[in-house]
Ligand binder design. Structure first.
Ligand code: SER
Length: 339
């Protein structure tokens, strides 16, 4: 029996998976299969062809997927985020690094068996950067991909290394073998800024203060923000994040000059976010309850990123600036969600 051509999403029940499944289902170009520890919520489950419940560390399960499906597109979203990873760094390494290695090996085997390169889309992160102090952060402005690659977190170190692993599989895999084996994995990564979604709340990240502030306000709950009001990092509205990953997936390979791309969006301070949330939800109670350790992590991330390579190579063009992200997407969608 022939295997069926499909796209695979790992970590599908997480924040990015949510939007991605909906888009892929609407586009209807390829059936989707998913791999996650948790089942997909309600409606989402009906939009995919098959859900595999399990871990990316389970190589038998990955082999079972290979035996049944011809995967030529992988969105490897499963990961432990930055805050959570600091409590269990060894587990973070297992999931974030060994899990990614398993998926790259999975893609390599798929590519070898069906003979076409497997596109491998990987969400890296602003956590891959590590700026030494806030003075340097203020002076650095828009940070380029190859600068300040000294992350302070386990998650950031994991992401940075997996970017290298992806490049290795794409270009140099088993370079001493008699036959050429590289080129079966077409690895493409985006360093995402903090993402803000109206549909989901993140769990275990450090950029979470922005989405948490908004979701708490919409539910009439007080929110003690764990960073200083002047804290500034880049953010992006989720629909633009999902668009970006799909646009990079569709980009002609010959246009891509790098394997890893920054993308920016808007970069308000925590205070600016608080003000915009208060305009929409005037009764919101947002205070500051500083968590010095988490503050330290956010302070090591850039205030903004240079995304000129993404704009030039594959036409990255986010639709939402700060104002529109709130007025046209987040606030209306979130009001409806908690109505
Ligand atoms: N949003 C992520 C985190 O905070 C960064 O990639 O961990």
């Amino acid at each position: 029996m022939l295997r069926k051509p499909v796209a695979l999403i790992t970590g599908a029940s997480g924040e990015i998976g949510h939007g991605l499944i909906t888009h892929l289902a609407e586009a209807g170009t390829r059936p989707v299969i998913t791999l996650d520890l948790r089942p997909l919520e309600g409606d989402l489950g009906r939009k995919v062809q098959q859900q595999f419940a399990g871990s990316i560390l389970d190589s038998h399960l990955l082999d079972r997927i290979i035996s049944e499906f011809e995967v030529d597109l992988v969105f490897h979203l499963a990961a432990l985020l930055s805050t959570r990873s600091e409590f269990t760094p060894v587990t973070a390494h297992h999931v974030n690094v060994e899990g990614t290695l398993n998926l790259l090996e999975f893609a390599q085997k798929e590519g070898e068996s069906h003979g076409r390169p497997v596109k491998f889309l990987y969400p890296s992160s602003i956590a891959a950067y590590g700026l030494p102090d806030i003075g340097t952060k203020a002076r650095a402005g828009k940070v380029r991909e190859d600068d300040f690659n000294q992350p302070t977190t386990m998650y950031g170190a994991n992401k940075l290394y997996c970017e290298q692993l992806g490049r290795y599989y794409a270009r140099h895999y088993k370079q001493l073998a008699a036959e050429t084996l590289s080129g079966k994995v077409d690895f493409r990564a985006i360093r995402f800024p903090g993402l803000i979604s109206a549909a989901t709340v993140p769990s275990g990240g450090t950029s979470d203060f922005a989405p948490e502030m908004l979701h708490a306000a919409a539910q009439g709950k007080p929110y003690p923000c764990f960073v200083r009001p002047d804290t500034r990092i880049p953010f992006l509205a989720m629909p633009d994040g999902v668009d970006a990953i799909l646009t990079l997936a569709a980009a002609p390979k010959e246009k891509l000059t790098r394997s890893v791309y920054n993308i920016g969006g808007f970069n308000p301070s925590a205070e600016e976010i608080r003000k915009i949330v208060l305009e929409a939800f005037p009764r919101a109670q947002i205070t500051t309850a500083l968590d010095a350790s988490r503050q330290g992590i956010v302070d090591s991330w850039p205030a903004d990123v240079d995304d000129s390579a993404a704009r030039r190579d594959w036409g990255y063009a986010p639709k939402y600036d700060l104002g529109r992200a709130f007025s046209d997407y987040l606030v209306p969608a979130i009001r409806e969600r908690y109505a």
